[in-house]
Design a protein around this ligand. Structure first.
Ligand code: SAH
Ligand code: SF4
Ligand code: F3S
Length: 455
């Protein structure tokens, strides 16, 4: 593959152009960045961590909460200085924020020096848009309101050698009243099971041992096999479970309202499916759940957790919780605390409710004051951490299979990996262990991780 930008760059500088990507947001964005880098590497670009010495900077944005927006504008501010010093330096922005008209207006008015703006539905056109700048000598903006086609076989430059992110579907139809995703990622579209299997087989041939299947709500995956028969999510798992050489399957995220008995059975029967589920509850009060449009009750959620644990007693469960949703009373919040005490999550992500423009909850009148939100948030985090710590202590003495992923963040003589149940484990070892699944005896349980030793 060739590129006008790279060709000219070579001519003028006699080296490859360097690209720096900053990624905000969820694993889907992370995977989109892997694809952008895959596309650009094929055309002769080189990745760099060093933004100051890059030739092209790309910001892949997220709009889930206000602080994600703020971090984007902060990063743009830093890039402005680089652009002022070097007008040849290209700045490209993509991702969820680009699907919001008010952001595009702001970029057009206040950030005219941004070179390329591309939306979520046509990200694969980013290299072409960079080329167009060289040939047309003008700013490129390409945003589609909805996805028009499913592009397959996009290359990807993976962050990890041993594990890979695999999209199985795009978009979301749930319209939780607080959430921006249905507007930035469009309606649900499922990839074909054959395309997913082919991608996974290729990844395994390339050394991948674990796949993370991605979708905003994987349980509403509606694949269709070549012979026209339906392939719901549990069936897809069973097909992937048979891929030779693959060792672990995970997925993210499943909506509690759609967690089927078939999927619970798959946890029990599919050997490669890790015994871990991320099951966002968001709130423990039925009144709040109703106003969030979550379509389940605290009772049905608790029953679901019971069923999961009955089928697979060792399953680990994590969740997402929003604190301070409009109208949340102290009693509602107490119900969230109570639910957390009942479920006893292995871990939980907690968020302060953040108003998102043009979502239904933006119009809800009884917004909660910031100080009340923070105070509730702190109480919740304290409870969650206490439970996580207690649960992790129970692992001491267990022998766990750990897929080693990297050198530990805080100790260069240690490595870090994940158990089947997604617990982070640190142990003494060197890089020769990376990519291997090893048996580890757990020696200590901390709040957010386990310590262990190789056996
Ligand atoms: N599709 C996933 C969630 C994706 S967003 C699911 O439904 O499970 C990840 C998390 O961000 C959500 O679970 C929710 O807890 C949080 N979130 C989304 N919108 C938010 C908002 N406006 N304010 C605060 N947290 C929010
Ligand atoms: Fe957002 Fe709800 Fe869709 Fe998750 S299911 S992405 S929270 S609208
Ligand atoms: Fe953010 Fe978009 Fe993901 S809003 S959380 S990057 S789908």
């Amino acid at each position: 593959m060739n590129s006008i930008f790279v060709d000219k760059f070579y001519e003028e500088n006699n080296r490859k152009p360097k690209v720096n990507i900053t990624t905000f947001g969820c694993q889907m964005n992370e995977h989109d960045s892997e694809i952008i880098m895959g596309l650009l590497s094929e055309r002769g670009y080189e990745a760099t961590e060093d933004r100051k010495n890059s030739d092209v900077a790309i910001i892949n944005t997220c709009s889930i909460r206000e602080n994600a927006d703020k971090r984007f504008f902060g990063t743009l501010g830093q890039l402005k200085k680089l652009k002022e010093n070097n007008p040849e330096f290209l700045v490209c922005v993509c991702g969820c924020m680009m699907q919001q008209q008010h952001i595009i207006d702001e970029l057009k008015n206040k950030y005219r020096w941004v070179d390329v703006i591309v939306g979520t539905h046509n990200l694969h056109n980013l290299p072409k848009l960079i080329d167009n700048i060289k040939s047309e000598k003008k700013k490129q903006i390409e945003i589609l309101p909805e996805a028009v086609e499913m592009i397959e076989d996009l290359p990807s430059k993976r962050l990890y050698a041993e594990k890979a992110l695999v999209n199985i579907m795009y978009g979301c139809n749930n319209f939780c009243t607080y959430c921006i995703v249905p507007y930035t990622r469009g309606r649900e579209r499922s990839r074909s099971p054959e395309a997913i299997l082919a991608e996974i087989k290729k990844l395994v041939a390339d050394g991948v041992r674990e796949v993370m299947l991605l979708g905003q709500n994987v349980n509403s995956y509606k694949g269709e096999l070549e012979d026209g028969s339906p392939c719901p999510f549990p069936k897809l798992i069973r097909l992937i479970d048979q891929v030779p050489g693959l060792e672990r399957i995970r997925f993210m995220t499943s909506h509690p309202k759609d967690m089927s008995d078939e999927l619970i059975l798959a946890f029990k029967e599919c050997h490669k499916l890790c015994k871990y589920v991320h099951l966002p509850v968001q709130a423990g009060s039925n009144e709040v759940l109703k106003r969030m449009n979550r379509k389940y009750t605290r009772e049905s959620y608790l029953t679901l957790v019971e069923k999961l644990r009955e089928a697979v007693p060792e399953i680990t469960i994590s969740t997402d919780i929003i604190v301070g949703f409009p109208g949340e009373t102290e009693e509602d919040f107490q119900e969230t605390l109570d639910l957390v005490r009942k479920v006893r999550y292995d871990s939980a992500f907690t968020f302060l409710y953040s108003i998102r423009k043009d979502t239904p909850a933006e119009k809800f009148t009884d917004q909660i004051p910031e100080d009340v939100k923070h105070e509730r948030f702190n109480r919740l985090v304290e409870l969650i951490n206490e439970i996580s710590g207690e649960k992790n202590k129970q692992y001491v003495g267990n022998v766990e299979e750990v897929l080693i992923e990297s050198i530990s963040k805080n100790n260069k003589k240690a490595v870090a990996g994940r158990t089947d149940g997604f617990k982070l484990v640190n142990l003494e070892g060197d890089e020769s262990l990376i990519g291997k699944i090893v048996k580890v005896e757990i020696t200590e349980g901390k709040t957010f991780s386990l310590e262990g030793k190789l056996i």
